[in-house]
Design a protein. Structure first.
Length: 188
């Protein structure tokens, strides 16, 4: 790449600065790609995946950041979703929310409202039995169950450092939170 090409790409990216707080914007093969800036997000997802994988039967598997269309206005990509392994094996670009036994979101600075409010209502209204939110900025986890039309009727807040236990239709799942990353500016 020549210097003039580099300068041109930099000037194209500079117009996106401040438009998408919490994301790194790149141009990759001619496409604009946005990625979260904080490493705690992915570290939390990988830790949860590893812990849960050993607790679910081979009949269940995980989706991460795969499209789940809910309606014309909402197409979510849960950070982690437990669905039947036979469905994951199909390797699709989108899956029905009706397949989800457990949805997990990891809060990022730009997703607070979506994770705590919008997805609470949408996941519950669709009948997803269990929804768990891990928040490295508050150093706690929120477990939600008993879905209703306006959100989940059951809710517990568990500080990081304690075990999170989720009673699901596929068994009791236990997640230790002591080793999950916490943002240095966390306000528990």
């Amino acid at each position: 790449m020549t210097i003039s090409e580099s300068d041109r790409l930099h000037s194209q990216l500079s117009r996106f600065e401040d438009m998408f707080p919490g994301y790194r914007t790149e141009i990759v093969e001619g496409n604009i790609v946005m990625s979260p800036l904080k490493p705690h997000h992915n570290a939390t997802i990988w830790a949860l995946w590893s812990v849960l994988k050993s607790q679910v039967s081979d009949e269940w598997d995980f989706l991460s950041d795969v499209a789940i269309p809910f309606d014309g206005d909402n197409e979510f990509c849960p950070d982690l979703a437990v669905v039947p392994a036979a469905e994951v094996a199909k390797n699709l670009s989108a899956y029905s929310p009706d397949l989800i036994e457990l949805a997990i979101e990891v809060v990022s600075p730009s997703s607070v409202r979506n994770d705590y409010e919008i997805k609470d209502k949408a996941y519950a209204a669709r009948g997803i039995p269990n929804y768990v939110i891990f928040d490295p900025y508050k150093a706690h986890c929120v477990t939600l169950w008993n879905p209703g039309p306006d959100g989940y009727r059951g809710r517990d807040v568990i500080p990081y450092g304690q075990a999170v236990v989720v009673e699901t239709g596929i068994g009791k799942l236990s997640i230790g939170t002591a080793e999950l990353p916490v943002d240095p500016g966390a306000t528990p």
